[in-house]
Design a protein around this ligand. Structure first.
Ligand code: 5AD
Ligand code: SF4
Length: 465
């Protein structure tokens, strides 16, 4: 009899990829995926710990499952990912009905752990070593990779896939929990990445997004000559069938000319760069230990605009970081006004226990001030996003069709006219009418209306099958 598993994923694309790999490994082990926890006998949360809010959501979802577990003790409840690595035993203390806690570096063990729990072995905890508690090689080994075990069958036959090129992070920005929960920076060998992308291309994948916490610092010297991200992109661009290559997230200091040349010269590499600035104030950047000044960031942006004028740039900002004054905030506003980002993700600072800033600096910007700065910056960014999208009116863009749009994400019969959504190479979201057969294809769309977040249009002609 098949066992039914439900996976809820919070957080970033790294987590989305982890959930896909977990799902594939469980399907191989005889599980069937279901779309609701009610239908499942195994309920898994793949968690995020980058902000408090993401953790609160998981603990309250776990709280709601307490009675479900009491009534159905055979159901298995598991907590995976970053919060599992950060909280460890604390998860069992806060939610005693949880059966399983597994960190991001141990996900490959899931099928075995679930089997052991089902066999009555009791709760299981598998996490990687603490970065402070052991030597670097031992810690690295404890963050085990399982990407090479990727299932050869595409999940849902999609035209898009994510491929991890590096694990972990060594930057230790003072606010960030990632280096602790995802471990030391480790680069995957280029040959392994190339083989995975080739396999995806053979399965009909058109677009690959390379993932790394600081993806543009990618370096692989395992085969002698160092392979940089620009070299890797060149190798991947040569793979037949692949039409688009993306990479996220970039670290400003590593935005080198060779990479920008690759974006400019390789037609398959999307002219889209996510380069988080975090703040426009040098005082704040220094406290964040970001390793660059706002002048450096501006110069980097200038280089991007000179070398790849067609590129869209997006950013992340944290408002209300420890000690951020109104003047510091105004400098961030200035950077947002000048930067002309396609969009920015704006976050209120959330102290994460175990990080430098949570331990050494006071979280001294009151919540209403954080909220006000967040809203103010968002309003400025949104106006810029709308202005940046406006010139696309009347243009024809190439859209990779992802699926039904939010409004038409309701069951529909095959071939019925739907509203679809997809993205341009520059990562603009485009919504238009079309039938399901367009999903997974790249189609020309003429833009008839624009807004800050979305372009609307109509498909010009049907692509050849
Ligand atoms: N509080 C608020 N935002 C944070 N980020 C990372 N850590 C924190 C934190 N403690 C934001 C950064 C990063 C994005 C993924 O999340 O802007 O780029
Ligand atoms: Fe966190 Fe900084 Fe690493 Fe990004 S670069 S994951 S913000 S420590």
């Amino acid at each position: 009899m098949p066992k039914y598993v439900f996976i809820e994923t919070l957080g970033c694309q790294m987590n989305v990829l982890d959930s896909e790999l977990v799902a594939a490994s469980l399907v191989r082990a005889g599980y069937e995926l279901v779309d609701s926890p009610r239908k499942a006998d195994t309920i898994l949360f793949n968690t995020c710990s980058v902000r408090q809010h993401a953790e609160d959501k998981v603990y309250s979802a776990l709280g709601r499952l307490k009675h479900v577990k009491e009534r159905n003790p055979e159901k298995i409840i598991g907590v995976l990912g970053c919060m599992a690595q950060k909280d460890r035993e604390l998860v069992f203390r806060r939610a005693p009905h949880v059966d399983l806690v597994v960190g991001p570096g141990q996900l490959g063990q899931l099928p075995r752990l679930l089997e052991q729990i089902a066999a009555g072995e009791g709760p299981k905890l598998e996490v990687s070593l603490d970065r402070k508690g052991a030597s670097r090689p031992l810690v690295e080994q404890s963050f085990a990779h399982f990407d090479p075990a990727r299932d050869v069958r595409p999940l849902g036959g999609r035209a898009q896939a994510m491929v991890r090129v590096m694990f972990g992070c060594d930057k230790f920005c003072t606010y960030c929990i990632v280096p602790r929960v995802r471990g030391p920076e480790q680069n995957r060998p280029a040959a392994e990445i190339e083989a995975e992308v080739r396999q995806l291309a053979d399965q009909g994948c058109l677009e690959v997004t390379l993932l790394g916490q600081t993806v543009n610092s990618y370096r692989d010297a395992s085969q002698g000559r160092t392979v940089r991200l620009s070299d890797l992109l060149e190798r991947l661009a040569a793979i037949e069938g692949i039409r688009r290559l993306r990479f996220v997230t970039n670290y400003p200091r590593h935005m080198t000319d060779d990479l920008l040349q690759a974006v400019r010269d390789l037609p398959k590499v999307c002219p889209y760069l996510h380069v988080p600035a975090q703040s426009g104030s040098n005082r704040v950047l220094q406290r964040m230990k970001r390793g660059y000044t706002v002048e450096f960031y501006r110069e980097m942006l200038h280089r991007v605009r000179e070398m790849v004028p067609a590129a869209t740039v997006t950013s992340d900002f944290i408002v209300g970081f420890c000690g951020e004054t109104e003047e510091d905030f105004q400098q961030t506003v200035d950077l947002v006004r000048e930067g002309r980002f396609k969009n920015s993700f704006i976050f209120k600072y959330s102290p994460r226990p175990g990080t430098f800033s949570a331990e050494r600096y006071a979280d001294d910007v009151p919540e209403p001030v954080k909220r006000r700065r967040n809203n103010e910056l968002l309003a400025i960014q949104n106006a810029i996003s709308a202005e940046e999208n406006a010139p696309l009116l009347g243009q024809t863009v190439e859209v990779l069709v992802e699926g039904p749009s939010k409004v038409s994400r309701k069951p529909s019969r095959q071939g019925e006219i739907n509203q679809l959504t997809g993205r341009t190479a520059c990562d603009r979201i485009v919504v238009f009418d079309g039938d399901d057969s367009l999903i997974g294809r790249i189609v020309p769309v003429e833009i008839t209306q624009t807004s800050a977040f979305t372009l609307f249009g109509s498909v010009l002609d049907r692509p050849k099958p």
